[in-house]
Design a protein around this ligand. Sequence first.
Ligand code: N01
Length: 485
Amino acid sequence: MAPRVAIIGAGFGGLCMAIQLERAGIRSYTVFEKADGLGGTWRDNSYPGAGCDIPSHLYSYSFEKYASWTRRYPEQPEILGYLEHCADKYDVRRKIRFRTEVRRAVFDGSQWQVTTSPPDGEAERTEAYDVVVLGVGQLNRPRLPDIPGMPDFEGVSFHSARWNHDHDLTGRRVAVIGNGSSAAQFIPRVAEQAERLYVFQRTPNWVIPKPDATFGPLARLAFRFVPGLQRAYREWIYRYAETTLYPALAQGWSVDLLKKRALGHLRDQVPDPELRAKLTPDHPPGCKRVVIDSAFYPALTRPNVDVVTDKIARIAPKGIETTEGLRAVDTIVYATGFRSTEFLTPMEIAGRGGRSLREQWAGGAEAYLGISVPNFPNMFLLYGPNTNLGHNSIVFMIECQVNHIMACLPHLSERGPIEVRPEVMAAWSRRLDAAMERMVWGAGCQSWYKTADGRVTNNWPGRTTLYRRLTARPPLDAYRPVPAG
Ligand code: N01
C-alpha cells in the first residue's frame, strides 16, 4: 500500500515533493500550507524589485523546462507564476490545504500524528501519516532586530519580507536597516520614490554585477523549439557556477578574481572615494552572501540617499538615533534577514520515545545529507541543515533531496519505519566539519549561515555535483528499521 505522506510547505521544496509523488502515481499525500497561496518565500517576499540572482533557467525544476522566462534573472512575479504553472500542470493544487498550519508532529511508534490548526478558527485536528516531509525552508521567518525603542516609533515600520504595499513611499523620509541581498534589490526602487533615504549599514557587503538581459520573442521561440538549447544553456550556467564561483568559497583559485570583480564594480559605480571607503568590506569575499546586483551602488550615489554607518543607539518616536544624532524618518524598513538557524520552529516535533527535535538540536541543527535525523523515523527535510548554497541554485539541491526521499519510500513500505543510523549521522557530521574547514564562512564575519557561537548550520561545503552523487546512491545501508523502545 502506498504510504500516506504529509508534506509541510508549498514552496519550491514541498511542490517538488508533491509533483514527484504524483509522477510516481502515489496520490496518498497532502500538502499543508499555512498561507493562502503557494510559493513560499516567493509569495512572502514581494518587496519592490524582488527577484532572484540565480538565472531563471537554472532556478527552476530540471523536469519542467519553461520557455516563457522573459529575462535572464527572474523577478518575483515570474517565479511565482512558474510555481503556479507547475502546480497546475502536475495537478497538485487539489492536494494543498491552504491556511492550515502544522503545529505538531508526533511519532507514535509506527506513524506520525500530525496536528494542524485549520482555517477559520476551527478546532485543531490530528491525522496519522506514515511519512512527514518538511519543506518549510531556511528563510521563512523574518528576524526583527532587538533595538531599544522600536515600539515607540510613531511612523510606519515593516520587515522586507512583509512589505506594506498600502504604504506609498512617495515623498517619504525612509530608513532602511540592513544592506543584504533583499535590501540591495529594493533600495534602488525606494530611492526613486522617497524624498530622503537613509541606509543603515552595519557591515559592507561584497557586491558583483548582475548581467541581466531580457529574452525577446525570438529568444523565447528558440528556447521553446530549438532542441537541446534550454538544457545546454542551463548546463552552461550550472557549470560556470561550479567551476568559477565554488572555488572562491572554498578559498581556491578564484578568490582573487571574485575580489577584483567586486572592487572593479565598486570603482566603476561609486566615484566618491569617501562613499567607496564606507562600502569596502574588510571580510573575505563569500564569508557573507555576496550581493549580485547592478542597481544597488548607483542608488547609493543619489543625492537623496545617505549611507549611515554610525551605530544605531535606539529607535526614537520620530526617527533613528545614532551616536551622531537623530535621523528623522516617517518609515522604517527592517531588511534584517531571517531566523535562519532556528530550523522548523515554531513547530513542535517529537520523534521516537517522545524525543524533542528542538532539544536534540540545541547545539545547532544537523541532519544526514541535510535530510534525515536519527530518532525521527520516516521524517525527511527539504532545504534542511547544511544544504544552502552561496554559489548555485537551491532548486538543484531540492531535487536531489526529493530523489533521495523517493528512493527511500519503497524500503519503508517494506520494512516499516526507518531512520538514519546514529553512526552514519556521526560520520556525516565529522565529514561536514572537515569539509567546513576549507570554506570561507568561518573566517572573521557573522552571517545568517551560522549560529551565534559560530557553527555553520546552513551551508553545504562541497560541490553540488558531490551532493547529487551522495543523495542519488541507494540509501538503504544508511538507514535501519526503527529499533524497539
Ligand atoms: O538578509 P541578510 P536578507 N542593526 O541576513 C543587518 C536570500 N535572498 O534578507 O551584515 C543593524 O543577508 C545585517 O547587518 P550585518 C539570500 O540568500 C536571495 O538581505 O549582520 N543592522 C545585514 O546587513 C540572502 O543572503 C535573493 O552587520 C542589522 C542585514 O540586516 C538571504 O535571502 C534575494 C541588525 C540582514 O541581511 C537573506 O537576505 C534576496 C541590527 N540590529 C534574498 N540586524 C536571491 O536573489 C541585522 N542587520 C536568490
